[in-house]
Design a protein around this ligand. Structure first.
Ligand SMILES: [Zn+2]
Length: 315
């Protein structure tokens, strides 16, 4: 599916969810209206609210009306409970309380839109993050050095939990194959998604493909193609350095990482490369964006060796 089609579909899905929530609330009210006492009290409250608004507009005293409104509302609550409803059943239960499932607030796309768009884009790329990979489910005993790996996991978990206050915009997880970097990234992704943070997850290979697509696509589609990777709150890139080594694409990696720093966004990558390896492969500029001593956390994961270092690029 084309990205422009995915965008339309996501907006449509949000609209459907709004209609569904509203229809559900209407249906509950309609059923409760079968009870005449409930219905007449409900209508009286509605009229009273309107009267209060009118009086307030005319700067008239509304104290008595407000006392009556409180009484009637309490009564309605009891009536609703008797009928097996909660008050909230008569209000649309929107998925997104920020935009009430419009997908847009003040002419800007809401976070829920980006979240759904990211999910749709990720699905479209065929990346499946295993939902069972969570920080609480890790089996550390499969590692040669469980305590060392545990330290790394808890370090990264605390980064996820303190995202609001951390100064580390980038995390670089380096280490050989088999130390559990991808599993750790899955945990990061699942824990952030739980908190409704807009996450985008790519293998470096898929990101590379996206850059190729971007370069070969038409202008109209171009503008939206990289939206998700540039604007998501947290970008996860698995296995940086495993993608084909294309000169032009390395420029895109630089532009992406740079843009995300400018926009104050978080990026976490895993790589088999050492920091020096990143410098050699992607050049000084990209290296300085990813491993800048003031805002990057470099973590080296070593399992089979005696050492597992948690090395910050700052002291
Ligand atoms: Zn929203």
């Amino acid at each position: 599916m084309k990205n422009s089609e995915i965008k339309i579909k996501v907006l449509n899905d949000i609209k459907q969810s709004k209609l569904k929530a509203e229809a559900e609330a209407d249906k509950n009210l309609e059923l409760a209206f079968k009870d005449e006492e409930f219905k007449s009290n409900y209508k009286e409250i509605k009229k009273l609210k309107f009267d209060i608004a009118k009086k307030e507009f005319a700067k008239k005293d509304t104290n008595k009306d407000k006392i009556l409104l409180k009484e009637l509302t309490e009564k309605l609550k009891v009536q609703a409970n008797k009928l097996g409803y909660k008050f909230s059943d008569f209000r649309p239960n929107y998925y997104c309380k920020k935009c009430n499932d419009k997908g847009i607030i003040n002419d800007l796309y809401c976070d829920c839109y980006y979240k759904k768009l990211n999910e749709a884009l990720i699905n479209n790329l065929g990346i499946n993050v295993d939902k069972s990979h969570t920080f609480s489910n890790v089996k550390f005993d499969i590692f040669d050095k469980p305590n060392e790996i545990k330290k790394v996991y808890s370090h990264v978990q605390s980064w996820c939990e303190k995202l609001d206050s951390t100064k580390y915009k980038n995390v670089v997880l380096s280490g050989d194959t088999g130390v559990g970097k991808t599993y750790l990234l899955d945990c990061v992704c699942n824990s952030l998604v739980q908190k409704n943070i807009v996450v985008n997850y790519f293998t470096a290979f898929a990101l590379n493909d996206l850059f190729l697509k971007y370069r070969s696509s038409f202008l109209e589609e171009n503008s939206s193609l990289l939206d998700g990777v540039i604007n998501c709150d947290v970008l996860i890139v698995d296995d940086l350095g495993s993608e084909p080594n294309l000169k032009n694409n390395e420029e895109y990696f630089y532009l992406l990482f740079n843009e995300r720093i400018v926009k104050n966004k978080f990026t976490i990558i895993s790589t088999n490369l050492s920091l020096e390896g990143i410098r050699q492969r992607y050049g000084e500029r990209t290296f300085s964006r990813l491993a800048n001593i003031s805002n990057s956390l470099a973590i080296k994961m070593i399992n089979s060796d005696l050492r597992t270092e948690i090395k910050k690029t700052t002291n």
